[in-house]
Design a binder for this molecule. Structure first.
Ligand code: S3P
Length: 456
């Protein structure tokens, strides 16, 4: 679907965002491998999370029917979800799912290749779970996922004892589960997916598993395991874990702060106040708010509850009077890795140059985002360039133009947000990509007052 975004509208009010994608992947995996029943509320309809459910359905017995239902979006409470373009539907409510786990030992050999769709998190986390399962499973994905590096996760899992084959370092990935032993793992690239895969394997390993990251990444796996009473602790610069079989649990998935980032940016560009309720406020996900503060965007947030170790609450955005250029240093990158596209589109509206230094990891995301951002900003009438591993964005605003999401969900939303403050209307092609993480994105911004319509 292609849309025309007409600038100049105010975006204000109160809203919610879909359930957190990162957390939903982890909690679904933990529910499907728990001993006993779990009830998850507020699961997002995003395609990525359904990919995890689809793969887990193929690996489970008792848990299969509800996981299948959710994955297929077939009947019952999941009916009608998933459409980016539907102003009538309330897509924010999320889905409730009851899953009966048989423990890790209850996992069954899949009869087909496990299709991870567009989701790197699905593939890497499941590789960790399957590393100890006594059968062979093959993980595959769509053309974008098939280009992404998998040795970074296969390497440590092999070291733990699993037998894993990648295809020239990329998917498909064949995992032959084995008896595992703990390792001390010091990744060279900071990655929450890789850390989580090793920790999920460590739950089934003999001895201690330690992950010592070169820089902090999101800690949802650690928090969930601690809330489930697993023997996990962080000290001496590493996460330490021992073998553990967790029980079932009940929890409500917090709203996704990475989805909220697009709405905060949209409100800031419109100079409006906005309140976002029920958002996950895990500090390892909120560094983008610090970067936004440096860019002149004032927000406050406060937690009002905790779900399986995750703080949840409200983010309030104050009216913004102008975007300030920013310099993002390499140490910050792992903590804002998913928000760089929207921060970059904000930066295009600053008065001077902004820099994102040593951002090469963006090249191996759902698309080469370093290039996609530079091309997208240029196509919308701005000036941006890749300079080796760095990204430089000249301020001065966007003139308006025509840009394509090129199949990347975060680019689809970032381009729409940037276009909201351009000097003339813009056409954005392929906005349905947003369904991967934020089904209902267009309906949400329409509801807040944005002017977006289907391109003729
Ligand atoms: C994620 C970790 C990040 C992030 C991705 C979700 C996770 O990837 O970009 O969207 O849920 O663990 P990396 O681990 O590759 O940095």
């Amino acid at each position: 679907m292609d849309v025309v975004v007409t600038p100049g509208a105010a975006l204000r009010g109160e809203t919610t965002v879909p359930g957190d994608k990162s957390i939903a992947h982890r909690w679904l995996i933990l529910a499907a491998t728990a001993s006993g029943g779990s009830r998850l509320v507020g699961l997002p309809r995003s395609l990525d999370v359904r990919s995890t459910a689809r793969c887990l359905a193929a690996l489970t017995g008792k848990a299969r029917p509800p996981l299948d239902l959710f994955a297929q979006n077939a009947v019952g409470p999941v009916e009608g979800g998933g459409s980016t373009w539907n102003a009538e539907q309330d897509l924010s409510g999320g889905i409730a799912l009851e899953v009966e786990g048989d423990g890790r030992e209850g996992l069954v050999a899949p009869t087909e290749v496990l299709d991870c769709g567009n989701s790197g998190t699905t593939m890497r986390l499941l590789a960790g779970v399957l590393a100890a399962a006594p059968f062979e499973a093959v993980l595959a994905g769509d053309p974008s996922l098939s280009r992404r590096p998998m040795e970074r996760v296969a390497g440590p899992l092999r070291e733990m004892g699993a037998s894993i084959r990648t295809t020239d370092g990329r998917p498909p990935v064949a995992v032959y589960g084995r008896e595992l032993h703990g390792i001390r793992f010091s990744p060279t690239v900071p990655s929450a997916q890789v850390k989580s895969a090793v920790l999920l394997a460590g739950l089934a390993a003999d001895g201690e598993t330690i992950v010592a990251e070169p820089a902090q990444t999101r800690d949802h796996t650690e928090r969930a395991l601690a809330a489930l009473d697993a023997p996990i602790a962080t000290y001496e610069g590493g996460v330490h874990l021992r073998r553990f079989q967790h029980r079932g649990f009940d929890a409500s998935v917090p709203g996704d702060p990475s989805a909220a980032a697009f709405l905060i940016a949209a409100a800031a560009l419109a100079g409006s106040a906005l309140s976002i309720k029920g958002v996950g406020l895990n500090p390892s996900r909120l560094h983008f708010l610090d970067v936004m503060t440096r860019m002149g965007i004032r927000t406050v947030h406060a937690a009002d509850r905790t779900e399986l170790g995750e703080p949840v609450g409200t983010i309030e955005v104050a009216p913004c009077s102008g975007i300030v250029a920013v310099r993002v240093v390499p140490e910050e990158l792992p903590l804002i890795i998913d928000e760089v596209p929207v921060l970059a589109l904000l930066a295009a509206h600053a008065a001077s140059d902004s820099w994102f230094l040593e951002a090469a990891e963006l090249r191996v995301k759902e698309s080469d985002r370093l290039r996609a951002i530079a091309v997208g900003i240029t196509d919308l009438g701005g000036v941006a360039a890749e300079e080796g591993p760095d990204l430089v964005i000249a301020g001065g605003g966007l003139g308006g133009g025509r840009a394509s999401a090129a199949g990347d969900h975060r680019m689809a939303m970032a381009l729409m947000v940037g276009a909201l403050a351009a000097r003339t209307p813009s056409r954005i092609d392929g906005v349905e990509a947003a369904d991967v993480s934020f089904p209902g994105f267009v309906s949400t911004i329409l509801g807040l007052g944005a002017h977006v319509e289907p391109a003729g």
